[in-house]
Design a binder for this molecule. Sequence first.
Ligand code: CAA
Length: 379
Amino acid sequence: MISFEISQEQKQIMELACKFTKNEIIPVAAEYDTKAEMPWPIIKKAFEIGLWNLNIPEEYGGPGLDQVSEILIYEELAYGCLGIFGSFAGNSLALTPLLIAGTDQQKKKFLEPFSEKPKLAAFALTEPNAGSDASNVSTTAKKDSNGYILNGTKCFITHGGIANLYTVFASTDRSKGIKGLSAFLVPGDTPGLTMGKKEDKMGDRASHIGEVILENVRVPLDNLLGREGEGFKIAMKTLDITRPTIAAGAVGVARRALDEAKNYAKERIQFGKPIADQQAIQFMLADMAMEIMSSRALVWQAAAKIEKGEPDTMLSAAAKCKASDTAMKVTIDALQVFGGYGYMKEYPMEKLMRDAKITQIYEGTNQIQRIVIASQLLK
Ligand code: CAA
């Protein structure tokens, strides 16, 4: 049996995140979207009240939250702004390989500084020719007696070029293909690591996405995560844990769009009465609500499995796919409820629709999620 009751503690943390979103994120979301800037003041405030680096365990100075609490917080943050949520989720994604495969010594060394002040981490897997085909990484890591020398270019990296710590996936033996990929911890100030192009995005604009260039970047042997050749599996296990985070963000966006559409429909008078009195609008709102409820149920289920120590590849992919398709559909329909006003920048709908699109793409396109689901089904 699965209980969908959340504990008193989880309720409190959700309320804290909801208040934080209302007071700190919603009032400035449009401004960050226009300027496409990193939300530093928000990150600092979140850090002060324990809403930053949600996945760092208490023993390394972090909040040590359970997975369901994390999901509840992420939904609230994305309700305020998906781009601002992106920074929180980007850090969580980048630190997950360390949590999965790091030794106690590595965790102490690399996680504790994140608990001392707000810092950025970046998950550097994607390359120009290794997007959906994540195994096709051409970044190399050559071993010598002192450590590894990394060379290559990573693209579409959250916090790329501005992070304090990178989890870099590189090939230690190209002849072995997937089994030659390895994961490395690379401090942001390592000589040879530089920022390439900062991306100018359609939506999700408050999160920084950039290219990372690695030119003879030298790291000690101790910075290898797990063993040589385990990189691909570490990356996949990471995504099993983090895809529900993206899904929670997508639910937040969809919920916000429904709330905006609901409120507008009650106020907008046409044909002498609020458009909410029209069954055509009511059906649209009802469909949106159903999609959101079913998406959230999947997200919670995926999070509960992770919390139990049993991340479920199919469930995580299904949650990400379903919730992001929901975010896209709901934002399109909610904008339709606004009619012409929805299309104007003065109203929040066009931003929500632009933001929703990325949730169907990042952390694996929804076509990849369907491949993952089908391959688990047919196993
Ligand atoms: N857990 C553990 N092991 C796994 C696994 C998982 N979830 N998935 C695959 N593996 C293992 C397999 O068991 C297999 O190992 P063996 O050979 O020992 O059996 C090995 O990995 C290879 O598996 P596949 O044959 O399934 O690999 P594939 O090449 O066919 O690719 C894929 C699988 C699902 C398509 C994968 O490449 C994928 O997920 N691609 C999408 C990548 C992605 O999501 N990128 C997002 C980057 S992060 C981002 O977007 C955020 C940002 O910063 C903007």
